[in-house]
Design a protein around this ligand. Structure first.
Ligand SMILES: *Cc1c(COP(=O)(O)O)cnc(C)c1O
Length: 391
């Protein structure tokens, strides 16, 4: 079909620069090992931190929900698509998070869109870390509020932004709890201190912290012992929780407000029963099997130390997300390709997902990896890294 020559031209340019990427289909479930192109390889790219995507209890809960309630819900939540299981899960999640209420949305991405687009007006200002997730950036694009961007985890820069925005009705400080590309943890205690000093609201996006940080994986607010001091926690049910969805954990007023004003909530169909049932089971598993989180952190320590010993640059990571920073985009993709040929799936990540010149292969270990698998992966990294002159 004619008409898209301008896109084809740009894609051709990407191919010539070595940054065009094809999707990589998995032919297995999402385990510590996955099948790609008919070959079993070690998975180091998923967000399946605790191995819940295929936990027998999760699968059973999903199957049972399909048997009882069907495959879909047939409506948005505000018309006929709220099932009692949706509300029961939201209550359970609120209790788990130690907040008054939660509201579940289709994804973490839409949760950020819903909250950021709805609670602020042109009289308000949102103050955001420069490395916040794309869904926060896009959420901010949807609000009429003024915007201020502070330097990454830089508290002086945040304080300047707070001082400069005295005249707005409401100030909302937004940060990732764990930054998704670098694996560093936001200095949430300091952010809370500053926000309280200037009477600002605080929102933290715990996509990579829920199931990972805090008691039983309650997230970064619990990790820093800040329960009751952070106004809005956004989280995802798509990463460590192992299914799909996003949520806003806050007050009853915020929940009620989002039900009336949150556009992704109002205008998009609710989660299928299998999704909600499996998410609910995941919370029980977090409470019943905390050893999964212990294993995740043991594996993180082992793998990170291994990469350091080999001489790789891993930036500021403090969590299971460990970037292997290469710099050059094409080289990051070459490293990823070589690793795959040696039996390790670890995706290259380049601009615009990370800044130019900071291309990397991002690794995420899970609770399901054995020490033997991680040792094998380190050997592949050593071989590929030496061949490409990275170490
Ligand atoms: C992954 C991620 C999201 C999006 O979550 P989904 O449920 O996959 O849509 C939002 N915020 C952050 C910080 C993330 O890392």
């Amino acid at each position: 079909m004619k008409g898209f020559e301008y896109l084809e031209e740009e894609l051709q340019g990407m191919k010539e620069a070595g940054v065009f990427r094809s999707l990589v289909p998995l032919e297995s479930d999402q385990g510590a090992k996955v099948v790609i192109n008919g070959k079993e390889v070690i998975q180091l790219s998923s967000n399946n931190y605790l191995g819940l995507t295929n936990h027998p209890r999760m699968k059973e809960a999903a199957l049972k929900a399909v048997e009882t309630y069907g495959a879909g819900t047939g409506s948005v939540r505000t018309i006929a698509g709220t099932f009692s299981m949706h509300e029961e899960f939201e209550k359970k999640l609120a209790e788990f998070k130690h907040t008054e209420a939660t509201l579940v949305l289709q994804s973490g991405f839409t949760a950020n869109q819903a909250i950021l687009s709805s609670i602020l007006t042109k009289d308000d200002v949102v103050i955001s870390d420069e490395l916040n997730h794309a869904s926060i950036i896009d959420g901010i694009r949807l609000t009429k509020a003024a915007r201020k961007i502070y330097k990454h985890v830089d508290m002086e820069s945040l304080e300047t932004a707070l001082k400069e925005s005295k005249d707005y009705r409401k100030r909302l400080v937004v940060t990732d709890g764990v930054f998704s590309m670098d694996g560093n943890i936001a200095p949430l205690s300091e952010i809370v201190e500053l926000a309280e000093k200037y009477d600002a609201l605080i929102m933290v996006d715990d996509a990579h912290s829920s199931g990972v940080l805090g008691r039983n994986g309650r997230g970064s607010v619990d990790h820093f012992d800040l329960n009751g001091r952070v106004h809005i926690q956004v989280g995802t049910l798509s990463k460590a929780i192992g299914v799909l969805g996003g949520y806003v954990a806050s007050t009853q007023a915020v929940r009620d407000y989002l039900i009336h004003k949150g556009r992704p909530f109002l205008f998009s169909t609710s989660h299928p029963p299998a999704v909600t049932a499996a998410c609910s089971e995941a919370i029980d598993i977090l409470l019943d099997e905390p050893e999964r989180i212990d294993r995740l952190w043991e594996n993180t320590k082992f793998f990170k130390e291994g990469l350091h010993k080999l001489g790789f640059e891993t930036g500021t990571s403090e969590t299971p997300i460990t970037p292997v920073i290469v710099g050059d985009e094409a080289k990051a993709h070459q490293l990823s390709d070589k690793l795959l040929s040696y039996g390790v799936f670890a995706q290259g990540i380049a601009f615009p997902t990370v800044a130019k010149g900071l291309a990397r292969v991002r690794t995420i270990v899970t609770a399901e990896h054995t020490k033997e698998l991680l040792q094998e992966a380190l050997e592949a990294f050593e071989k590929a890294g030496k061949e490409l002159g990275i170490i």
